[in-house]
Write a protein that binds this ligand. Structure first.
Ligand SMILES: Nc1ncnc2c1ncn2[C@@H]1O[C@H](COP(=O)(O)OP(=O)(O)OP(=O)(O)O)[C@@H](O)[C@H]1O
Length: 646
């Protein structure tokens, strides 16, 4: 708290803005009491300039303009801030709901906003005030507030639309947070700058609208506010008479109020955006980590392969899972009837070229597919120890929230964007615990958060840091710590070390695998990097064109890949030991899922293809007796022939 206060104080713009606004607020409170004259009281000093008796001069009736300015501040501040508060609350409620919930809610609320956008607020207020023969301050406040929210709502809707798919919002959803909490904790804090500037804009608009109403004489010409002063100055032709003092002081007061609001808006922007703030202050030394990508993903391994003895120790079983993007004739199939079993305590690697369907598969398993993706068919069963299997695809939203994170945790690809930039690491770690362990005390949650940081090799004093104060590798480890918060049985990592330097990559994976051995969870590790899998995985499944084409224990796959695609992939990587050999790679490009080749999807690129390969899709079958663990979907093997490693 003290640190926060110091930051406010250290922000000169905020401080000046606050002092000025505070001054105006004080004026609004005490103005009528400290004014030297009654603002309506006439005197013999007609239209005289500033003097020691009348600091701001007098009107054509001899009234003291200084007193009028002091007394008038109350109405301006009351209506300006009151109407802005009403407008901002309406804008947040409408804009955030429309952006977050989408669908019919969005359509209905957007229609409402559009209607209010075309309503001319000030002329409407003038007409209503005229009908009421002069409206009260409260009526003016409500009129302005209720007619000026629509623009802010549109901006907030657009911002919410861009926030709702951010990784940290998806992460919160996957943690099982209810919508109101996601909106309150993940979305609205990130809109603070927009809400503040919307509020400041609304104050300015309300002040102006109120001045216009007073200026045209519809909100009562005897109630003193700054608009009333301008109304009388205009009607008595002060400008033509050279009585500049009649409108200049009030004009300066309005300009000063606008300046104060703008300064406050800038200051709040810096305050709520730690990155902006840090540029102006000393920066905590962080590693130079680049953005880290971590995403959760399973990949298919074949059911047949895992039949021998695998059933008892299965923790997750995926059967014939298919994922489409879109529906009907326009649908593109990204995952095609993938089946695999994940065993308790194993690290299953999933590899394949870009576009082979790895992420779609993993997101399908966790039911985190973004629209327009849909699960077309299949089954995902979770096996709890000594309990009935659970069909994940049939879970209700509430059951799904409990399943994710408790049983299955996902580390998203981008650690930086998975961590909410406006919350400290401690808040983000304890939030997962608060959602799933409501009975835990705040102190216990904080202790557990520190323990989780220690677990992933980060000093607990980093709990007070913001995400941007950590290196890419540290952020990634925080995400892994967060995934382990509830001790899940399955952890999905999707390309967890892409974009990190090789040293950091290895450090993180070594720590992860040592934790995995200690805590006993199962890992699905999606990556392009076969060399990493060779070091860290127990088994590897290769994906091509949305299907698993080969699955085997990692040592066997590296030693003797059976599918020509596996051969090609391994030929693209240098070996760590042994004689030097030419890296050949794979000619051509992966297939477009919209125009998938017939038969084996790899046949157009396959150096061993023969006529039969284009006919039908080969099944994923064990290589033979004694090779139950090594399965391949290739016509070469199904017709009894073998393939040489080239
Ligand atoms: N929103 C989408 N609309 C249509 N098709 C999509 C969409 N997202 C992905 N696809 C298609 O689905 C297929 C599988 O994509 P996916 O991202 O799952 O593959 P990947 O193996 O994870 O690739 P990468 O390693 O590049 O992340 C791709 O061919 C892609 O064209």
């Amino acid at each position: 708290m003290a640190r926060r206060k110091a930051k406010w104080a250290g922000n000169a713009k905020t401080a000046i803005g606050l002092v000025l606004i505070g001054g105006f607020a004080l004026l609004a409170i005490v103005g009528p009491w400290v004014a030297p004259y009654d603002p309506s009281q006439r005197s013999a000093d007609l239209l005289s300039g500033p003097s020691s008796r009348h600091w701001f001069g007098t009107t054509s009736l001899g009234q003291d303009i200084f007193s009028q300015v002091l007394v008038g501040a109350r109405g301006v501040m009351l209506i300006g801030f009151g109407a802005a508060a009403v407008a901002t609350m309406l804008a947040v409620a409408v804009g955030v709901s429309a952006g977050y919930f989408g669908g019919w809610t969005d359509e209905g609320l957007s229609l409402l906003s559009n209607v209010f956008l075309v309503l001319p607020a000030v002329p409407l207020a003038i007409i209503v005030s005229s009908l009421l023969h002069g409206a009260s301050d409260l009526a003016v406040l409500l009129m302005i507030g209720c007619t000026s929210w629509a623009w802010g709502a549109r901006v907030l809707r657009a911002q919410t639309l861009s926030l709702r798919r951010r990784d940290y919002v998806e992460a919160a959803r996957s943690v099982g947070e209810p919508a109101r909490r996601i909106i309150g904790f993940e979305i609205v804090p990130n809109l603070t700058a927009v809400i503040t500037s919307s509020f400041v804009g609304n104050v300015m608009f309300a002040v102006m609208a109120e001045l216009v109403l007073a200026f045209v004489g519809v909100s009562g010409t005897s109630d003193w506010n700054w608009g009333t002063i301008l109304f009388w100055a205009q009607s008595q032709q002060a400008l033509a008479q050279g009585a500049w003092w009649w409108f200049v002081p009030v004009g300066l007061a309005i300009a000063l109020l606008g300046t104060a609001l703008s300064l406050l808006s800038f200051g709040v922007d810096e305050f709520v955006n730690p990155r902006l703030r840090e540029t102006a202050r000393h920066r905590v030394r962080t590693w130079t980590g680049r953005a880290v990508r971590i995403r959760g993903g399973f990949t298919p391994v074949l059911e047949l392969v895992t039949q021998a003895g695998a059933e008892d120790d299965a923790v997750l079983r995926v059967e014939r899972l298919s994922v489409d993007y879109g529906v009907g004739e326009a649908a593109t199939t990204a995952v095609r009837e993938v089946s695999f079993t994940l065993r308790r305590g194993e690290v299953l690697g999933i590899a394949g070229e870009s576009g082979s369907g790895k992420s779609s598969l993993v997101q399908g398993i966790a039911r985190l597919l973004p629209p327009p993706a849909v699960i077309r068919s299949g089954s995902v069963r979770y096996f709890a120890p000594a309990a009935e299997p659970v069909e994940v695809l049939a879970l209700t939203p509430a059951e799904l929230r409990a399943f994710r994170w408790e049983k299955l945790a996902i580390v998203f690809q981008s650690a930086m964007s998975s961590l909410n930039p406006v919350h400290k690491i401690s808040a983000q770690l304890t939030d997962v615990l608060a959602t799933h362990r409501p009975g835990m005390t705040a102190a216990a949650r904080r202790e557990r958060a520190a323990e989780l940081l220690r677990l992933v090799g980060i000093p607990p004093n980093r709990l007070g840091s913001y995400p941007h104060e950590l290196s890419g590798g540290m952020r990634q480890r925080v995400m892994i710590g967060m995934a382990l918060a509830l001790e899940p049985e399955i952890v999905i990592l999707d390309e967890p070390t892409t974009a990190l330097d090789v040293v950091t990559q290895r450090q993180i994976l070594l720590r992860l695998t040592s934790l995995q051995k200690r805590l006993g969870f199962s890992v699905v590790f999606v990556t392009h990097d076969l060399a990493l899998l060779a070091e860290f995985a127990d088994r590897v499944a290769l994906m091509y064109g949305g299907r698993v084409c080969e699955v085997a224990p990692v040592a066997e796959l590296v030693r003797a890949p059976a599918h020509p695609y596996g051969v090609g992939l391994l030929s693209s990587f240098p070996e760590l030991s042994g004689p030097r050999r030419k890296l050949t790679g794979i000619a051509g490009t992966p297939p477009d899922p919209r125009t998938m080749p017939s038969g084996c999807a790899y046949h157009p690129r396959c150096p061993r293809a023969f006529d039969g390969c284009a006919g039908a899709v080969p099944e994923l079958l064990p290589l033979g007796p004694g090779k139950q663990e090594h399965a391949v979907a290739c016509w070469l093997h199904q017709s009894g022939r073998s393939v040489d490693r080239s």
